[in-house]
Design a protein around this ligand. Structure first.
Ligand SMILES: NC(=O)c1ccc[n+]([C@@H]2O[C@H](COP(=O)([O-])OP(=O)(O)OC[C@H]3O[C@@H](n4cnc5c(N)ncnc54)[C@H](OP(=O)(O)O)[C@@H]3O)[C@@H](O)[C@H]2O)c1
Length: 200
């Protein structure tokens, strides 16, 4: 599969390493442009490349991994997603810990808001509940596999993300749609920051 990343920081690099390790191609993009990613992609190997946001967003599956306040800029002007999948890994911090503030979207969940900015995308919320070091680590442990919660409206899209991430070694768990499941997963929800293993 060809995967594009919007953002090339902690989360995008962790997911890119899993994907490349399992034979997928990854196009990374950031705010500063492809030249700033030369060292990173060299380290990731031949399956990695640096691209513009448009190039990354043209991939079959796109990971959105920028800080919350940067989301509107990061997705502005991207062509329509035409049914392609976007994994939303964001958490809605408007300022980061230790002085964390969380965006208040009223009834909307963070991923519903993200979906509203990405016309035509099949949005699957994933990875946001885990700390970066648990996203980066090998999810396979003696006691079980790291649970990866997924939420989204489109069952087929969740199946594709589930299959991909199960291939990385995670244990995907579907928790519902972007409203109910998204609320469980977002900051303040009971699954946010929950690190659990599943034995199977
Ligand atoms: N870190 C964690 O433990 C963790 C865990 C789960 C979820 N999350 C969530 O995942 C998201 C990413 O977190 P992170 O820790 O990976 O962030 P990060 O390490 O700070 O990286 C952010 C990335 O976003 C890029 N970026 C910023 N503005 C952009 C724009 N307008 N267009 C394109 N790219 C842009 C940055 O590029 P430049 O370097 O060029 O500015 C950078 O590559 C956040 O929403 C965070 O809340 C984080």
């Amino acid at each position: 599969m060809k995967i594009g990343t919007l953002g090339a920081g902690i989360v995008a690099q962790a997911v890119a390493r899993h994907a490349i390790g399992h034979g997928h191609e990854v196009v990374l993009s950031n705010r500063r442009g492809p030249a700033s990613l030369a060292g990173l992609v060299e380290g990731l190997g031949p399956l990695a490349s640096a691209g513009t946001a448009e190039e990354a967003a043209a991939a079959e599956l796109v990971l959105l991994a920028v800080n919350w306040t940067q989301v509107p800029d990061a997705v502005a002007g991207l062509p329509a997603f035409d049914g392609r999948i976007v994994i939303d890994a964001t958490n809605q911090f408007t300022s980061l810990p230790p002085h964390a503030e969380i965006a208040d979207l009223g009834e909307l969940t963070g991923s519903e808001y993200i979906a509203s900015l990405l016309p035509g995308a099949r949005v699957v919320k994933a990875f946001n509940t885990l700390y970066g070091q648990y996203i980066a680590a090998d999810p396979r442990h003696d006691a079980g596999r790291q649970i990866l919660f997924l939420a989204g409206e489109d069952a087929a899209a969740k199946d594709i993300v589930g299959e991909l991430t199960a291939g990385f070694g995670f244990a995907p768990v579907d928790v519902g749609g972007l409203r109910d499941g998204g609320r469980l997963m977002q900051l303040g929800g009971p699954l946010s920051g929950l690190h659990a293993l599943r034995q199977d």
